[in-house]
Write a protein that binds this ligand. Structure first.
Ligand SMILES: C[S@@+](CC[C@H](N)C(=O)[O-])C[C@H]1O[C@@H](n2cnc3c(N)ncnc32)[C@H](O)[C@@H]1O
Length: 236
């Protein structure tokens, strides 16, 4: 499976080559920025420094980079099954943000990190690539590397949104994707730990039209946004 993603690594741009997605957003970073802004509201400590954050299945490191562009000063680490993707992380990281995130290759679902190593973990646009039977191992690994009281954020495409299904069916990197809804993520997480869970829906408005962002915030309860974010706090 690593090879499947290695071949997309150098040109990976979040599927922005899809004309519908381009019409909605302009460039790939604008889609990632919706998640980054949401995460910075949930985790203001990412701006002040001192938090460790793992981006699991980080790909080319774009979420960490866009967070840093918006003022995050966390101790970032990324991991992925694809060495090709990981080799992009340093290349795309602007020097102005200091040292690039540390990276590590996964062994399937498993990472080389210590138990309880991270304050915050994110997994963005990854689970739909993980075979259904292997998702429980991913939830377990995320729970293992989080500190007690740590927070996990799962960002995924929302299969309840018809435009999302249209775009995914026409995006080369998603050729083997199996979308999952927020309920499946919630159930999977609760199978791994007794998390406190909340879900927000994101991206009702085109990401390129930032002035419409307040409408997105008002609709966060409505399960029709193009993306969703499941927040899970690990018990202390
Ligand atoms: C669509 S990309 C998303 C990359 C990044 N999270 C982002 O939002 O830009 C999906 C990534 O998931 C990784 N991936 C696929 N299966 C995985 C698995 N079982 N465990 C970890 N990463 C995986 C791929 O190598 C790829 O980098």
């Amino acid at each position: 499976m690593s090879a499947e993603f290695d071949k997309h690594a150098s040109s990976y741009d979040g599927g922005i080559d899809n004309p519908v997605k381009r019409m909605m957003g302009g460039d790939a970073d604008q889609f990632i920025a919706v998640k980054a802004r949401w995460l910075l509201r949930r985790e203001p400590g990412l701006r002040t420094g001192g938090l460790s954050m793992l981006d699991y299945g980080c790909g080319a490191g774009d979420l960490m980079r866009v967070l840093a562009d918006r003022g995050a000063r966390a101790d970032f680490t990324g991991c992925d099954i694809s060495t090709g993707m990981l080799s992009e992380v340093g290349k795309r990281w602007p020097q102005v943000h200091g040292a690039a995130p540390a990276t590590a290759v996964q062994d399937g679902a498993l990472t080389p990190f210590a138990a309880g190593q991270f304050d915050v973990a994110t997994i963005s646009a990854v689970l739909h690539h993980v075979p259904v039977a292997e998702r429980a191992a991913v939830y377990a690994e995320l729970g293992r590397v989080l500190k007690p009281g740590g927070r996990l954020y799962v960002f995924e495409h929302n299969p309840r949104n018809p435009l999302v299904r249209y775009v995914i069916a026409r995006t080369p990197i998603d050729e083997n994707a199996i979308l999952l809804d927020a309920r499946e993520v919630q159930d999977g997480l609760l199978g791994a730990a007794r998390y406190e869970i909340e879900t927000d829906y994101l991206m009702f408005m085109p990401p390129g039209l930032a002035f419409l962002a307040p409408i997105d915030r008002a609709l966060a309860w409505l399960p029709l946004g193009a993306q969703y974010a499941v927040s899970a706090r690990k018990p202390v």
